[in-house]
Design a protein around this ligand. Structure first.
Ligand SMILES: [Zn+2]
Length: 294
C-alpha cells in the first residue's frame, strides 16, 4: 500500500544460476507491464518462483497472471495463508477498500527464519509485522541487502490501521523497525520507490512518524483514508468531484472510519480527505474531476 506521495510498486526480480525469483507482483491493473518487465529481465529463461512479502493488492495483484504465464511456484508468508485460503475481502483490504485482486492459489508458505537460496545468494526471511501483521522481509547478510516490502520505505512505511488491535500494530511496527536497525544493511530494496542506501536515515524518519501515530489515533485514521483514497484514485485514474461524497458512502472503509472517528456528512468527509490531499500536493482538480499527482 503506497503512501499518498509514493509512486507505484516495483517488483524485484532476482536471477541466479539455479533458479529465477520474483519478489511481489505489483498491481493487478499493471499485470501486463509486470509480465513484460519480467520477460525482459529473464531474457528467455523461465521464472521459477514468485514470492510475496505480504498479501496486499499492490504486492499480489499480478500473482494469478504471473503464475499463469510462467507456471512458477508461488510462496506466500505463513501468516497470510489463512486469509488467502479464505479470500477474506475485509482483512485483505479488497472490496472493503475498493481494491481488486484476481484470486490465486499458492504452493507453499515461508516462515520467519527460513533460509532461501535466491540469485546465488542466501536470504533469511524475517518477521515484519505492523502494516501487515503477517508480513515478511528478506535479508541477505553477505551483500547487506534488505527487501522490506512495506515495512520500511525511504520516507515512511505502509499505512497502519487504527481501531481494534491498533496498539498491537503500533508495537509491532516499532519492533520491526528495531529489528531492521539491528541489521548491517547497505541497501534497502523497498516495496515502493527506488532502492536506497541510508537505512539509518529512513529508520529515523519512520520512528518519528510512528511516534506521531502513537500520540494521535485520529491522525492514523485520517492517514488511512487518504492513502486508501489515493490508491483507488490511481486505480480509477480519475473521479468526478461531484460523485466523491457518494463514492465514499459506498465503500465500507470510509463509512466505518467516518462512523467511528469523524461523524461527518459524506460531503464534509469528502472535503476533509480531498482538502488535505490537495494541500499535500497529492491530488488536483481538473475540469470537474479529481486526479492523482504522481
Ligand atoms: Zn502493503
Amino acid at each position: 500500500m503506497p503512501d499518498e506521495r509514493q509512486g507505484s510498486h516495483h517488483a524485484d526480480n532476482s536471477t541466479g544460476r539455479d533458479r529465477t525469483v520474483l519478489v511481489d507482483s505489483g498491481y493487478g491493473r499493471d499485470a501486463n507491464i509486470t509480465l513484460a518487465k519480467v520477460s525482459a529481465e529473464l531474457a528467455g529463461r523461465p521464472l521459477d518462483w514468485l514470492v510475496n512479502t505480504h498479501c496486499h493488492s499492490d504486492h499480489m495483484g499480478g500473482n494469478a497472471a504471473v503464475r499463469r504465464a510462467h507456471g512458477c511456484r508461488l510462496s506466500i508468508p505463513i501468516g497470510e495463508a489463512l486469509l488467502i485460503e479464505a479470500w477474506d475481502e475485509q482483512a485483505l483490504w479488497l472490496s472493503y477498500a475498493d481494491q481488486r485482486c484476481e484470486r490465486f492459489a499458492f504452493d507453499d508458505t515461508i516462515a520467519p527464519g527460513d533460509v532461501l537460496d535466491w540469485g546465488d545468494l542466501q536470504w533469511r526471511a524475517m518477521a515484519a509485522p505492523g502494516h501487515d501483521m503477517g508480513a515478511l522481509m528478506f535479508y541477505c547478510e553477505e551483500e547487506r541487502l534488505l527487501i522490506t516490502g512495506d515495512a520500511l520505505w525511504e520516507n515512511g512505511f505502509g499505512v497502519l490501521l487504527p481501531g481494534p488491535g491498533h496498539g498491537e500494530r503500533l508495537a509491532a511496527t516499532r519492533s520491526t523497525l528495531e529489528s531492521i536497525a539491528s541489521l548491517d544493511v547497505g541497501t534497502v530494496i523497498p516495496g515502493h520507490g527506488h532502492p536506497f542506501s541510508n537505512a539509518a536515515g529512513a529508520l529515523e524518519r519512520s520512528l518519528q512518524r510512528l511516534a506521531a501515530f502513537e500520540r494521535d489515533e485520529l491522525r492514523m485514521a485520517r492517514h488511512v483514508l487518504k492513502v486508501m483514497f489515493v490508491f483507488s484514485l490511481l486505480d480509477r485514474q480519475r473521479l468526478p468531484l461531484s460523485r466523491i461524497p457518494g463514492y465514499l458512502a459506498t465503500i465500507p472503509v470510509y463509512a466505518d472510519f467516518n462512523a467511528r472517528y469523524f461523524q461527518l456528512s459524506d460531503a464534509a468527509l469528502a472535503a476533509m480527505i480531498v482538502g488535505e490531499l490537495e494541500r499535500a500536493g497529492a491530488v488536483k482538480r481538473s475540469n470537474g474531476y479529481l486526479i492523482a499527482c504522481v
